[in-house]
Design a binder for this molecule. Sequence first.
Ligand SMILES: Cc1cc2nc3c(=O)[nH]c(=O)nc-3n(C[C@H](O)[C@H](O)[C@H](O)COP(=O)(O)OP(=O)(O)OC[C@H]3O[C@@H](n4cnc5c(N)ncnc54)[C@H](O)[C@@H]3O)c2cc1C
Length: 383
Amino acid sequence: MRLELSTEDRAFRQEMAEFFTTEVPASIRTAVLEGQEISPDMIRESQRALNAAGLAVPHWPTEWGGRDWTDLQRHLWHEEMVRAGVPAPLPFNTSMIGPVLAQFASQEMKERFLPATANLDIWWSQGFSEPDAGSDLAGLRTTAVRDGEDWIVNGQKTWTTLGQYGDWIFTLVRTDPDAKKQLGISMLLIDMTSPGLEVRPIELIDGGHEVNEVWFTDVRVPGENLVGEVNQGWTMAKFLLGNERVGVAPVAMVKRMLARAKALAGDQLADPLTRARIAELENELLALELTALRVVAHSAGGAPHPASSVLKLRGTELQQAVSELMVDLAGPASLVPTAAEGSDVPLWARRAAPVYLNYRKASIYGGSNEIQRQIIARTILGL
Ligand SMILES: Cc1cc2nc3c(=O)[nH]c(=O)nc-3n(C[C@H](O)[C@H](O)[C@H](O)COP(=O)(O)OP(=O)(O)OC[C@H]3O[C@@H](n4cnc5c(N)ncnc54)[C@H](O)[C@@H]3O)c2cc1C
């Protein structure tokens, strides 16, 4: 099989590459390419540059900033963006709540939130998971009870990524405790400065602070912040989680990580075992890339193809395998703390172990890999 881009698609790829490498500040791109920590301001600056050029939300309806591109064009856009070291637009905004609002919200709500969401004037957090309601999300217990026009929310969310920067949080709440569990859930948008809402940090295995608990104590939410109809939340959650699964499949990113590992391997490339390991990872990645193209070619009407579960599963496994390769390439140097002042051990080697530890998360979030295997067994293999 020979996959070749048409002249138009090659020109499109070139146009994207040129934009990303000239219009997004080099300081941000270098930080990404060198695997440094990326600040929220860098993410904002980069997303706004993209949005000003109509490149932040190409998959949204055109009325709200979408581009009506082919799936292949979207794939090329993403690939060039990652290759250039441009931070991806904040997924909570562009891949999760944005498409849900565009599909299910009232016209007023779309006008109020969609432009600010595309431009990252609002930083969204995802308030779905709770203790005892992760894979079994429908078991969530945070309640919203009517009080006149408003809702009163009580409960706890957990694992809220980057919630410390969040302006608003989109939540699933129980609005009918007596209905069958999937049928009593609604989606509410909540201003994170509301009295009674508290964000508490969770420290991760790599020492970083990227997730939080969010507590709600009698938080008053205006009735107009309900998305769609009351008790329709499960439909929106399924729509959102399907998109999330595609969004977390890191094919382009693993490609970049692996190319970097190869470049950093230096003399170690003389070792046939290291070469074989890299070659195997490259082959696996190529196979995954073909699956990614198949998925984009067969996702209709906003609903992702079930093979997106394969992308999530294999993509995160390869991401973890490459992060492990980096630790092995760094060897004992990977144990030097990242904060070591004046160390002559290069930063990539010092970051190898924390990054390896951090990526343990990838097989859990976005629907754990065990759950993806269940989906593959049921919907693809018919077991
Ligand atoms: C770093 C990180 C960031 C996250 N960010 C967010 C966020 O921003 N917002 C948000 O709402 N959530 C977030 N999550 C939550 C994430 O979606 C859940 O952790 C995930 O859905 C798994 O749920 P759980 O942790 O409750 O595990 P559980 O559901 O308790 O699962 C525990 C183990 O049992 C396995 N298991 C469970 N059910 C089955 C089954 N039916 N068959 C086979 N195996 C099963 C799981 O695969 C897992 O290995 C994040 C999680 C992590 C780790």
